[in-house]
Design a protein around this ligand. Structure first.
Ligand code: NAD
Ligand code: 13P
Length: 359
């Protein structure tokens, strides 16, 4: 049978890292996968040279994943439609604010037999209300899409330091028994490495909600750390944040399972790693220390990378306003008000205080 051909859409810090992971596996399992992997690059020039040319000749993404050698059969491609041509599996991995534009460019160019995995963290907010990014891809392109999410700071995975992740995928309902398709074993072969341990489950909603919302919590954690309030305060933010993540899942995506949050890498483990060393926590800390805006800190700190919690906090706020549920999520709302309305960070404790019977 023909091997699966893989295309990765995105080449940022995580996009390039995951492209490296799947290319290593494509080489190892050369009967299951076509060994050359295409990676779409949003083209830019670096000191007069195209980033795609740098990646294809020096095998390094000098801007978004510097210092990491990439496999030579990973091909950087600036043409989106050429990247996905004849692909059987699409791995989406771009900052989520760019997803709807990319998907609209792909419309009509992807056959329904193609399968997809979204490695993005965030939500799509549109006519259908708040949507998982995988559901958005499925609806727009008419292809089955799962998700990959976990406690995965990209640079650590790129350096082959051991970590775990969760992949969630549901087989298309009309598929069973109709020949070769992507199943949990294929996905495990695609993403699992000796240094990157994959668990494959069904709960796409649970892992996606946890992955999106922990970025908002991490900003809050950065605020209290930047204010010098210490570890106890950071733990308090994570405790309240986890509660709001679970509540959000149960309220808006009842198909998600509470177990996922504590059993899977995509749950509490991702919250912990992001709050310890992720980009969102760094942005929150810098905001607290300098008084600069979130976007100024993102620009100054991240060299073109994105702290997804900034726009996720707005998506969540807008959705909660629509549903008249803002008061049920005081931490998410506090982060939004601090980031977008310049509310003082000092107010966090009173903003998230749970009023009890003594109050
Ligand atoms: P990133 O933060 O490194 O963003 C930079 C990328 O965005 C570059 O490839 C750049 O070319 C691209 N870009 C800039 N402008 C663009 C445009 N107009 N259209 C399309 N692309 C554009 O990206 P990343 O770290 O690869 O993150 C991708 C997703 O993975 C995010 O949702 C993120 O939350 C998630 N994620 C990241 C990490 C991590 O440690 N970096 C880990 C897990 C998940
Ligand atoms: P940041 O985007 O905050 O760096 O978090 C990365 C991540 O998602 C770790 O799993």
């Amino acid at each position: 049978e023909k091997p699966f051909k893989i295309a990765v859409i995105g080449s940022g810090n995580w996009g390039t890292t995951i492209a490296k992971v799947v290319t290593e596996n494509a080489k190892q399992y050369d009967k299951l996968f076509y060994p050359i992997v295409q990676m779409w690059v949003f083209e830019e020039e670096i000191e007069g040279e195209k980033l795609t040319e740098i990646i294809n000749t020096r095998h390094e993404n000098v801007k978004y994943l510097p210092g990491i050698r990439l496999p030579s059969h990973l091909v950087a491609n600036p043409d989106l439609l050429d990247t996905v041509k004849d692909a059987d599996i699409l791995v989406f991995n771009i900052p989520h604010q760019f997803l709807s534009r990319i998907v609209s460019q792909l419309k009509g160019h992807v056959p329904p037999t193609v399968r997809a995995i979204s490695c993005l963290k965030g939500f799509e907010l549109g006519d259908k209300g708040v949507q998982l990014l995988s559901s958005f891809i499925t609806d727009e392109l008419n292809i089955q899409c799962g998700a990959l999410s976990g406690a995965n700071i990209a640079m650590e995975v790129a350096k082959k330091k051991w970590s775990e992740t969760t992949v969630a995928y549901q087989m298309p309902e009309d598929f069973r028994g109709k020949g070769k398709d992507v199943d949990h074993q294929v996905l495990k072969a695609l993403f699992h490495r000796p240094y990157f341990h994959v668990s494959v489950i069904d709960d796409v909603a649970g892992i996606s909600i946890a992955g999106a919302l922990k970025n908002v919590v991490a900003l809050g954690c950065g605020f209290v750390e930047g204010l010098g309030w210490g570890n106890n305060a950071a733990a308090a933010i994570q405790r309240v944040g986890l509660g709001e993540i679970i509540k959000f899942g149960q309220m808006f995506f009842p198909e998600s399972s509470v177990e996922t949050y504590y059993k899977e890498s995509a749950g509490v483990a991702d919250l912990i790693t992001t709050c310890s060393g992720g980009r969102n926590v760094k942005v929150g800390k810098m905001m607290a220390k300098t008084g600069k805006t979130a976007l100024e800190c993102e620009n100054e700190l991240l060299n073109g990378q994105s702290a997804q919690g900034i726009i996720t906090s707005k998506e969540v706020h807008d959705w909660l306003v629509t549903c008249n549920k803002v008061e049920d999520y005081p931490l998410f709302e506090a982060v939004y008000q601090i980031v977008f309305n310049n509310v003082s960070m000092d107010k966090i404790p009173e903003m998230i205080e749970e009023l009890d019977s003594l109050g």
